[in-house]
Design a protein around this ligand. Structure first.
Ligand code: 13P
Ligand code: SF4
Length: 300
């Protein structure tokens, strides 16, 4: 409790805002000013007034905030909290792909490095991938780095999708067999899964949505029970917002190790020292910003 009070008073003193992704540990979610999905957090980073952003998430999210708000000091409390999928494609590999498909537009999932965003025409998140792709005039679209999100988007567009073979180990491990077993155990529950899941898992689900989409759906639905096919951290927020409903994780092994590296200790240290600061080289940031801003301007 003393540490929480110290965090809250230092946050005021520093004029800082704490942003936390839905997969953060419960204690960190509870001290945050906003808990959200990648799209909500990037919108917040672009529009916030505060001088300092404490970003509780993984590298590409904090980088996106720094790219959108170069005048703010963006701090990522957990050193080495990175998204493995974001590093599954290199700049050279993307350039080779562009060479092979010169007519194609390039869409990068926000779970990518700043360099990949800079090489892309437009960025997307799991909440708006389909709308972003459908908003383009090109008939062919290179979609990197997530093969599962690419497959999901491909089902909802007439465009030819050229996917990259990256994946999120947390979602890619979820199986259709697990969905069937969870349904057998909780027959009245609705099954919500993230579009980073494999197509065969998506086929078994009732709804496919980003983490923020899961939050909205759970509130609006008449169902009282839900099976949640995403990272375990999501369960905390869902239970907190819907105390009379039940949420069951599709798999208790769905844990993103890097999302768990942010703790109250390193949030406090970040507020005390205003380090480690997230920086993106200006030449890359300018080009990456254009692809993120194009996404933010897309109507969804
Ligand atoms: P959301 O944008 O749905 O929060 O997903 C981000 C992420 O990293 C999923 O693994
Ligand atoms: Fe990356 Fe997967 Fe972790 Fe999301 S859950 S940050 S996609 S490794």
């Amino acid at each position: 409790m003393a540490m929480i009070n110290e965090i809250l008073s230092l946050k005021k003193e520093r004029q800082a805002t704490i942003l936390a992704h839905n997969y953060q540990i419960p204690e960190v979610q509870d001290v945050a000013d906003l808990v959200g999905d990648s799209l909500e957090l990037s919108r917040a980073a672009a529009n916030l007034d505060s001088k300092v952003i404490i970003f509780c998430g993984v590298d590409f999210m904090a980088e996106t905030a720094a790219i959108l708000s170069p005048q703010k000091r963006v701090i990522q409390p957990a050193i080495g909290a990175w998204c493995p999928m974001a590093h599954m494609i290199t700049n050279e590999q993307l350039r080779d792909l562009k060479f092979l498909y010169p007519e194609a537009a390039v869409v990068c999932y926000v779970n990518s490095t700043a360099e990949i965003k800079a090489e892309s025409d437009v960025c997307c998140t799991s909440a708006n991938g389909v709308q972003v792709v459908n908003s383009l005039s090109e008939k062919e679209v290179i979609f990197v780095p997530d093969r599962n999100l690419a497959a999901y988007v491909a089902r909802h567009t007439d465009k030819k999708i050229i996917p990259w073979n990256g994946y999120c180990y947390v979602h890619d491990h979820l199986t259709a067999k697990e969905v069937r077993a969870a349904r057998a155990e909780h027959p009245k529950a609705e099954v919500l899964v993230h579009p980073e899941c494999r197509p065969e898992v998506i086929d078994e689900a009732d709804f496919v949505c980003s983490t923020a989409g899961m939050g909205k759906h759970a509130k609006a639905s008449d169902a009282k029970e839900f099976i949640i096919g995403t990272e375990m951290g999501m369960i905390h927020r869902l239970k907190k917002e819907n105390p009379l409903k039940e949420f069951y994780p599709l798999s208790k092994n769905a844990i993103c190790q890097n999302m768990k590296k942010t703790t109250l200790d390193n949030v406090l240290l970040a507020l005390q020292t205003l380090e480690p600061k997230v920086t993106v080289p200006e030449d890359i940031a300018i080009r990456a910003r254009a692809s993120i801003e194009r996404m933010l301007a897309t109507k969804i």
